[in-house]
Ligand binder design. Structure first.
Ligand code: DGI
Ligand code: FE
Ligand code: FE
Ligand code: FE
Length: 187
């Protein structure tokens, strides 16, 4: 799909703030794809659509989890976790994207998983470090991302787990699997 067409479609789904974030993820993921040898066209499309479902009502997302038989443990989690797998489903159904690499990158963009592909890592990391993000620790992840994709992803997952634990929030099992998987790859 052409970039301008994709942006036109996703813009309707997002707030202005989230659209600007999406442009940042796109720019960052294309740069990471070029640096680390992922498919930059797939990175571009996955980035543009990664938060497609971010503003769907929670009940609509829960209904999709039930009717499409996604992992039923998703029903114990909120919008922050749901919008990624539900987004992959909706991008396929409503936008007509069928490329499994792109759909997987969208599906796993929030949690990661235990055996991440290059494209999944690129989208996961770009979402975390895109230029509009400014939370404690993001600058050091940006620096690691200059030279080591796996270490940067690991640092992002560690920061996320620590942040969630400090807030007494549930951690989705795939988030722990991402931590374990990245650690194993690095060793
Ligand atoms: O959609 P974005 O805000 O661009 O970014 P995202 O899809 O990476 O979502 C980030 C949020 O998701 C952040 O508030 C932390 C939260 N999150 C990430 N992993 C988990 C999680 N929340 C829970 N409860 N459990 C997780 O494993
Ligand atoms: Fe997201
Ligand atoms: Fe993220
Ligand atoms: Fe995002």
């Amino acid at each position: 799909m052409e970039r301008t067409k994709a942006l036109e479609i996703v813009k309707k789904q997002l707030t202005e703030h989230r659209y600007i974030h999406t442009l940042g993820v796109e720019e960052t993921s294309v740069a990471l794809a070029r640096k680390y040898g992922a498919d930059s066209k797939k990175a571009e499309i996955a980035a543009i659509f990664h938060d497609y479902a971010k503003f769907r009502p929670k009940e609509e997302m829960r209904e999709i989890v039930r009717s499409e038989r996604l992992s039923q443990d998703l029903l114990f989690y909120g919008n922050e976790v749901l919008h990624a797998p539900v987004g992959a489903y909706l991008v396929k159904k409503e936008v007509g994207i069928t490329d499994e690499d792109i759909l997987r990158a969208i599906y796993y963009h929030t949690t990661g998983n235990g055996a991440m592909t290059l494209l999944e890592k690129v989208i996961f990391l770009a979402d975390y470090i895109e230029p509009n993000r400014n939370f404690p620790g993001v600058e050091s992840v940006r620096e690691i991302a200059e030279h080591d994709l796996d270490q940067a992803c690991l640092m992002a997952v560690k920061n996320t787990i620590t942040f969630l634990m400090k807030q007494n929030q549930k951690i989705y099992p795939l988030t722990f699997e991402a931590y374990n998987g990245l650690l194993q790859e690095i060793k």
